[in-house]
Write a protein that binds this ligand. Structure first.
Ligand code: ADP
Length: 235
């Protein structure tokens, strides 16, 4: 089967000062099939976010290839990448990144309007998704009034354009244990019911346990994989 996302031998460096570089990725490779839910773990600075941003078309590599849905995307320009992201990729961030002055409904609808939907269609889709994530009676609330529910709004927003893939960057990082477990369950339900592929950068072992597999990064490389069954097996 052809992978939905393939990052092949990708390198990325950032300039630090005049002649110094940080090598965030040093030839990292990762393939994710459609319908998979994959966790990325590893120490801080190992390149997890950079890899996720490149796989999600937020950024382009210096070297290597990136394929999304059978199409090579690492050579696209900024506006082509933005269009691809709006239609194919959803993002969930640690800090939710919701617009504080807008209601839950407006936050979700905005993403659909940005991808080209009319106001009316966008609002309709937003309503359906907010119901699906358990916020049917709180759609008109502002994010700050939705303690614990903000990441549900962000998930609805990530799904509103029916993306093939959702990228999560520490999506439970700011949540208490109970809310975090609920969010993992919700992402799993979305994955099973809609077939949405998830790639989730996390430090939280419980998030990783909820995924199909976990890849580990170190020093800018994907150094291996752990399947939940192996991790819990006695040493
Ligand atoms: P992780 O997500 O595993 O913590 P990152 O991908 O964020 O790792 O970062 C990998 C390395 O690249 C780190 O040393 C980080 O400081 C550096 N880095 C990431 N983004 C930038 C940037 N925009 N400018 C400079 N250095 C960066």
């Amino acid at each position: 089967m052809e992978a939905l996302v393939s990052v092949m031998k990708v390198a990325k460096r950032y300039r630090l000062g005049k002649e110094n570089y940080v090598h965030a990725l040093r030839g990292a490779s990762l393939s994710v099939d459609a319908g998979e839910m994959v966790a990325i773990m590893g120490p801080s600075g190992s390149g997890k976010s950079t890899l996720m941003h490149i796989a999600g078309c937020l950024d382009v590599p210096d070297e290597g290839e990136v394929w999304l849905g059978g199409r090579r995307v690492d050579g696209l320009d900024r506006s082509e990448l933005a269009r691809l992201r709006a239609n194919e990729v959803g993002f969930i961030f640690q800090g939710f990144n919701l617009v504080p002055t807008m209601s839950a409904l407006e936050n979700v609808a905005l993403a659909a309007e940005y991808a080209g939907d009319s106001r009316r269609d966008a609002a309709g889709k937003a309503r359906t998704l907010l119901e699906a994530v358990g916020l049917a009676d709180r759609m008109r609330h502002a994010p700050s009034e939705l303690s614990g529910g903000q990441q549900r709004v962000a998930i609805a927003r990530a799904l509103v354009n029916n993306p093939a893939i959702v990228m999560g960057d520490e999506p439970t990082g700011d949540l208490d244990t109970t809310t975090s477990a609920e969010i993992v369950t919700l992402m799993r339900e979305v994955n099973r019911e809609r077939g949405t592929t998830f790639i989730i950068v996390t430090h939280n072992p419980e998030v990783a346990e909820g995924c199909d597999r976990t890849v580990r990064m170190r020093d800018g490389l994907v150094e291996g994989e752990i399947h939940p069954a192996e991790e819990s097996a006695p040493a």
